[in-house]
Design a binder for this molecule. Structure first.
Ligand code: ATP
Length: 722
C-alpha cells in the first residue's frame, strides 16, 4: 500500500496538516491568553455578561486545543472526494476522530479534518457506486458524485499505508462469497478481542452508519445476529447523538444486563466521547426509582410454575391489577368522606369539595391525591384561623383571644387525628397489600400457575425481607402509581442493550422515564435465553409499549465477530425460521469437537487447548459452561490442576468487573462478551437437548468465539451439533 502512486502526495498532505494543526493549537492558546485579559477587563468594568462569554470561549478553546493535540498522532483515517450536483470541482474531505478547523472558518477549506460524526462524513461510510448524499439538520440534502474513497493508517504522525475505494456495499451483492476484501477492516477484525469492546470509528460499515445516524426522537430497534455489532453501533449512536444534538450526557442512559457487561463496554465510551453517559442495569434504575437498595432473592425462577409467574409479572396485565387495587382503595376512602364542620360550625368543608380534590387530574398518583386533599383541608383551616386572629387583633367585637387559641388548638388536633386514619400507602407495605387483595386479581386468568400461588409466593418473599428480580418492574410501576417518579428525572435518550431480555413492564417503566420516547434498543431474539423474563417478539414490544411512537426497525445479519468457520457452525444450531448470520472473513481453521471420556479427561483437554490457543496468539480465552455451578467447579478444578495458570478468572453473579485473560463463565453471564478462543466445557446431549431454549443457549456460547472454538462433550454430543 505504500507503493500507491499518491503516497508521496499524501505524505506531504499529512505533514502540511500536522503543521497547520500545530499552528491552530498556537492560535487557540493565544486566543485563550487574550480572553484571560478580556475577562479581567470586563470584570473591572462590572460587565459580567462579557466576562462570562469570554470565559465560555476560553474553556471551549481549551477543549479544542487539547482535542487537536491528541489528534496529532493520527489526524484522520479517511478521505472522500465529493462533488455536489450542479457545482464545479471535487472537494477533498478528510475524516478523523476530531474536527480540526481554523479559528475563523470562511470556506470549507478551513476545515482540515471533519469529525466522523459530522453530516458530511456519511459520504465516507455510505458511498455507493460513485454516488452519495448526506443530510444536514434533517432538512437539507446534498447529493453528488464520489470520485475517490481512501483509507489511511497513520501512526505517530507518519503515514504507514493507504488503500482506495473498498466499499463493502459492492461485495454485499455477492452474498455467496460475501467475505470482505477490505484490508483495513480485515486487519481490524483480526486484531483480537482484547479486554474490552473497541471503537469502530475507522471502519463503520454503510448499514451501520445509517443506524447510527437515525434521528433522536424515535424508537430505533436493532435486531442483529450474534456479533453483528449491535452493542458497538448502539454506543457509537450515543456518541453521534451527543455530538450532533448537543445533549447533556447525564441525560442519556445505557441499560445493560449486568455489571460485567457495563465494565466490558467501559473502555469504549471515553474513546467515543461518551464517558459521561449514565450506565446502569435495570436493577440499578429500579433502586433509584424506589429509593432503596432492595435485597434481591437469590432463588431463580427457572422452573415452572415460578417462571410462568415471573413472566406474567412482566406483562401489562399486572398494571391492571395494581390499578384495580388502588381504584378500590381510593373508592373506599371517598365513600368514608363526610362534611367537615369546625370552629362552632363556622367552617364547613363539604364532602363534594373534598371529593373534587381527590379526583382532580387524570394521572395523579394515589398518595398525591390524598396529599392534595390534606393540603386543601389544612389550607382552609389555617386560613380560617388566620382570618379569625386578624379579626380579633383588629378588635372586632365578635372575636376574642381565648376563642382564637381554642380554634388554633382545635384546628391542629383535627388535622392530626383526621389524617392519621387516612390510607396513605408505603411502597413495600402497599405491594404486600396488593398480594393479599383477592378482589384486585379477580379478572386475571393465568396460564401455568394460579393467582393463589403467585400472591402467596410473592407475599412470602416480601415477608422474608427480600424482593425477586421479577418484582422490580412491578414495584417501580406501583411506585409510579402511588407517588410518581419524583426522584428520577426524565432521560433525553435511553439505550437498551440485550433488549430481548427486558420484559414489557420494564419497557413501560423505561418509557415513562423517557422525555420524547427516544430509544435505541439492541438485541437478538435468537439469544433470548431466559425462561422467566424478556420479550416474546419485537412486534409485541412495538404493539404493547410503543404503539404511538415513531419506530424504526433494522435487521443486521453480517457477523463481524466470528470467522466464517465458526459462523457456519452456530448457524446450524439456530432454530428454523431465524435469520442466519453472514460471515465476513475466514481464518482457515475449523472448530474442533472432541469427546472427553471423563471429567478429568475434559479438564486435561481444556488445559491442553488453553496452551494451544495461547500458542496461536489468543489473548482472551473463554471457557463456557451451561450452569453457574459448573463454572465454579471447573474454575476450582483448573486452579488445583494448574496453579501456574496466570490471569484465570471466574465470572459469577456477584462479580462486577471483567479482567480478560482466561475467563470461566456460565453462558448467561458471558452474553455480550467475546473471546479470541472459546472452549465449550460440555456440549453433551444431556446438557443441550433439542429444546429451543438449549439451542439458543448453545448459539450464544458458540458465537462468543472470534477465531478458535473447541467443543468438549462428556457423553454423546448434543443433537444440535450433529
Ligand atoms: N464495522 C466494524 N468494523 C470493525 N469491527 C466491527 C465492526 N462492526 C462490528 N465489529 C466488531 O464485531 C464484534 C462484535 O460486535 P458487538 O459485540 O457489538 O456485536 P453484538 O451484535 O452486540 O454481539 P452479541 O449480540 O453477540 O453480543 C466486535 O469485536 C466489534 O468490534
Amino acid at each position: 500500500m505504500s507503493n500507491h502512486p499518491d503516497f508521496p502526495q499524501e505524505q506531504q498532505h499529512l505533514a502540511d496538516t500536522i503543521q497547520a494543526m500545530r499552528q491552530i493549537i498556537k492560535d487557540l492558546e493565544n486566543d485563550m491568553d487574550e480572553r484571560v485579559l478580556k475577562i479581567s477587563q470586563s470584570r473591572s468594568k462590572k460587565d459580567e455578561v462579557s466576562a462570562y462569554v469570554h470565559s465560555l470561549m476560553k474553556s471551549d478553546h481549551a477543549v479544542k486545543a487539547s482535542d487537536i493535540a491528541k489528534a496529532l498522532d493520527s489526524p484522520y483515517f479517511g478521505r472522500v472526494d465529493f462533488r455536489e450536483d450542479g457545482t464545479g470541482d471535487f472537494e477533498h474531505y478528510y475524516i478523523g476522530r476530531t474536527k480540526v478547523a481554523r479559528l475563523d472558518i470562511e470556506t470549507v477549506k478551513d476545515i482540515l479534518v471533519f469529525d466522523w460524526r459530522d453530516p458530511v462524513s456519511t459520504i465516507f461510510y455510505e458511498c455507493q457506486d460513485g454516488r452519495a448524499s448526506y443530510e444536514v439538520l434533517g432538512r437539507y440534502t446534498y447529493t453528488g458524485d464520489v470520485r475517490l474513497k481512501r483509507q489511511y493508517k497513520i501512526e505517530d504522525s507518519q503515514l504507514i499505508s493507504m488503500a482506495d475505494d473498498n466499499i463493502l456495499s459492492k461485495l454485499m451483492n455477492r452474498q455467496q462469497e460475501s467475505l470482505i476484501a477490505d484490508p483495513f477492516l480485515l486487519e481490524r477484525l483480526l486484531k483480537g478481542a482484547g479486554d474490552r469492546l473497541k471503537d469502530i470509528v475507522t471502519s463503520i460499515r454503510s448499514e451501520q452508519n445509517q443506524i447510527i445516524r437515525e434521528p433522536l426522537n424515535q424508537v430505533t430497534i436493532i435486531q442483529g445476529v450474534a456479533g453483528s455489532g449491535k452493542s458497538t453501533i448502539g454506543l457509537h449512536r450515543l456518541s453521534y447523538l451527543l455530538y450532533n444534538e448537543k445533549l447533556n450526557p447525564e441525560k442519556l442512559v445505557i441499560i445493560a444486563p449486568n455489571k460485567i457487561f457495563l465494565d466490558y463496554i467501559s473502555d469504549l465510551l471515553p474513546e467515543i466521547d461518551a464517558q459521561d453517559v449514565r450506565q446502569m442495569t435495570f436493577a440499578d434504575l429500579a433502586a433509584a426509582i424506589i429509593q432503596f437498595e432492595p435485597v434481591i432473592s437469590p432463588a431463580s425462577a427457572d422452573t415452572e410454575p415460578l417462571a410462568a409467574m415471573a413472566r406474567w409479572k412482566g406483562t401489562p396485565e399486572f398494571i391492571k391489577v395494581m390499578e384495580i387495587f388502588l381504584d378500590k382503595r381510593l373508592e373506599k376512602f371517598c365513600l368514608k368522606l363526610n362534611d367537615i364542620s369546625l370552629f362552632d360550625g363556622q367552617l364547613v368543608i363539604s364532602r363534594e369539595q373534598q371529593l373534587e380534590k381527590v379526583v382532580e387530574g387524570a394521572s395523579v398518583p394515589y398518595n398525591e391525591r390524598l396529599r392534595s386533599l390534606q393540603k386543601y383541608i389544612s389550607f382552609r383551616i389555617r386560613n380560617f384561623i388566620e382570618v379569625y386572629e386578624a379579626r380579633y387583633k383588629r378588635g372586632e367585637a365578635r372575636a376574642d383571644e381565648k376563642t382564637a387559641a381554642r380554634y388554633a388548638a382545635e384546628g391542629n388536633q383535627f388535622m392530626e387525628r383526621h389524617i392519621a386514619k387516612w390510607p396513605f400507602l408505603e411502597l413495600l407495605a402497599g405491594y404486600a397489600g396488593l398480594m393479599q387483595d383477592k378482589q384486585a386479581w379477580r379478572k386475571i386468568k393465568p396460564h401455568g400457575f394460579t393467582i393463589d400461588e403467585l400472591t402467596a409466593h410473592t407475599g412470602a418473599v416480601l415477608a422474608a425481607g427480600q424482593i425477586e428480580q421479577d418484582d422490580l418492574a412491578g414495584l417501580c410501576y406501583f411506585k409510579l402509581l402511588i407517588d410518581g417518579f419524583t426522584q428520577v428525572g426524565k432521560f433525553d435518550h435511553i439505550a437498551v442493550d440485550e433488549g430481548q431480555d427486558i420484559n414489557l413492564l420494564e419497557y413501560i417503566v423505561l418509557a415513562r422515564l423517557s422525555r420524547n420516547t427516544s430509544f435505541t434498543i439492541m438485541g437478538d431474539m435468537s439469544q433470548a435465553i431466559h425462561t422467566d423474563r424478556g420479550l416474546t417478539s419485537w412486534q409485541a414490544l412495538l404493539k404493547d409499549v410503543f404503539d404511538e411512537a415513531k419506530c424504526r426497525y433494522y435487521e443486521v445479519n453480517f457477523s463481524y465477530r466470528s470467522a466464517k468457520e465458526i459462523v457456519d457452525l452456530f448457524n446450524k444450531v439456530l432454530p428454523a425460521g431465524r435469520s442466519k448470520a453472514v460471515p465476513v472473513y475466514e481464518i482457515g481453521r475449523q472448530p474442533v469437537i472432541e469427546r472427553a471420556p471423563s471429567a478429568l479427561a475434559a479438564l486435561t483437554s481444556t488445559l491442553r487447548t488453553i496452551e494451544e490457543f495461547r500458542q496461536l496468539g489468543c489473548k482472551s480465552i473463554g471457557i463456557l459452561t451451561k450452569l453457574e455451578n459448573d463454572s465454579l467447579k471447573l474454575y476450582e478444578g483448573l486452579r488445583a490442576a494448574a496453579p501456574q495458570l496466570d490471569n484465570l478468572n471466574l465470572i459469577s453473579g456477584n462479580v462486577l468487573s471483567y479482567h480478560g485473560g482466561i475467563t470461566v463463565a456460565p453462558i448467561s453471564l458471558a452474553k455480550g462478551l467475546e473471546f479470541d478462543g472459546v472452549i465449550i466445557w460440555n456440549a453433551a446431549d444431556n446438557k443441550f437437548t433439542n429444546d429451543p431454549y438449549d439451542a439458543r443457549l448453545l448459539y450464544v456460547a458458540l458465537s462468543r468465539a472470534m477465531y478458535y472454538l473447541h467443543i468438549l462433550h462428556q457423553g454423546r454430543l448434543t443433537p444440535l451439533l450433529e
